[in-house]
Design a protein around this ligand. Structure first.
Ligand code: ZN
Length: 339
């Protein structure tokens, strides 16, 4: 009854990249790197299928980071001379590339891993792209001088790649917009519009993932400042409910997001985060089924998808594998309980 999916990223094996890091360096170079990316992608497809998940992803094994993997293939960006920038409203510093000229795609961005994944699973395939607002918050602007204008330029490029991914046979295209939870007014004002530009003309399922970030220290510290009730979604969800985006992924397990926020997403499929990505403890099927049960007060049964809170990239491989299995088992238990 309850479909299962992951938000997106999975840990990279040690033979591909540094482990338990958000911006890992590749461990090998040259033609062998491409082969290792392919091998890691296949490994995680198998792990997701073995766990019993319904929607399969590439685990973002072919990109260093969810934003920079896309940006690397964009012309008009100086990727060599990175600068330090405070991102997500200066929550933490990151080494970011600089936009220095009009933006244009160099060619396809994710054809290799999308086509590889499509050829190796018969299940529904979800592919993730960064959302326009999150991209502009993760690059330095030395050219446009206007955040919205630059976001719209990125949205056009995302749209080009998204249409190509759809042609590759991807069933669900998900845009990741953690920035929506940081710049709530701007997200409601133009972030959702930029997202719709990115999703323009898609006939496959469209989704957006909005979270409180990976389980890294800077994010965990930030969450401690947010108080007992995290109401960030309250401003963005009504705008999303009005949009053409079909699925919304949100953080729930161990978060302080009031469950009633989900009511604001009427008419949408809701990917409820039932797996915590900031805690290596493995959720029990009972805990997961309980979370699903609480969400069912606000989301119709046929619209609830059990999901992870965010990507699992910075976790250990063993923990991630165990969490995939827990997700499938918890959703199965919930299906029996709430049938
Ligand atoms: Zn996330």
């Amino acid at each position: 009854m309850f479909t299962t999916a992951i938000a997106g990223s999975l840990p990279k094996p040690a033979w591909l990249a540094e482990t338990e890091k958000l911006w890992p360096q590749w461990t090998i170079q040259g033609p062998e790197l491409q082969q290792a990316k392919a091998d890691a992608t296949l490994l995680w497809i198998k792990a997701q299928e073995d766990a019993g998940l319904d929607v399969i992803g590439d685990g973002e094994q072919a990109r260093q980071h969810f934003v920079h993997g896309f940006v690397e293939q964009v012309e008009g960006i100086d990727f060599v001379n990175k600068v330090t920038m405070g991102i997500r409203n200066k929550r933490y510093d990151a080494q970011v590339p600089q936009v220095i000229a009009p933006l244009r795609l160099k060619g396809r961005v994710h054809a290799f891993e999308a086509q590889l994944a499509r050829a190796h699973t018969k299940k529904k395939l979800k592919f993730t792209l960064p959302g326009p607002m999150t991209i502009v918050d993760t690059v330095a602007d030395r050219f446009y001088g206007d955040k919205v204008k630059m976001a719209m330029a990125f949205a056009e490029l995302l749209n080009q790649e998204a249409l190509a991914l759809q042609a590759d046979g991807v069933d669900i295209i998900q845009f990741d917009e953690p920035a929506f939870n940081v710049y709530m007014d701007e997200a409601a004002d133009w972030g959702v519009k930029a997202l719709e530009v990115a999703a323009r003309g898609l006939t496959c399922t469209t989704a957006v993932h909005i979270c409180y970030g990976y389980g890294i220290e800077a994010n965990n510290n930030w969450k401690k400042t947010l108080g007992d009730e995290w109401r960030q979604y309250e401003k963005v969800f009504p705008a999303l409910a009005q949009s053409s985006i079909q699925q919304v992924s949100l953080e729930c397990m161990h978060s302080h997001v009031p469950m009633e926020m989900m009511k604001l997403l009427e008419g949408k499929d809701v990917m409820v985060g039932v797996i915590d990505v900031a805690n290596p403890a493995i959720e029990t099927p009972e805990e997961i089924a309980d979370t699903i049960g609480r969400a069912l007060q606000f989301v119709p049964k046929n619209r609830l998808i059990a999901c992870t809170n965010c990507g699992l990239a910075p976790m250990s491989r063993a923990v991630a594998e165990a969490k995939l299995k827990a997700l499938a088992e918890g959703a199965k238990l919930a299906s029996q309980r709430y049938a």
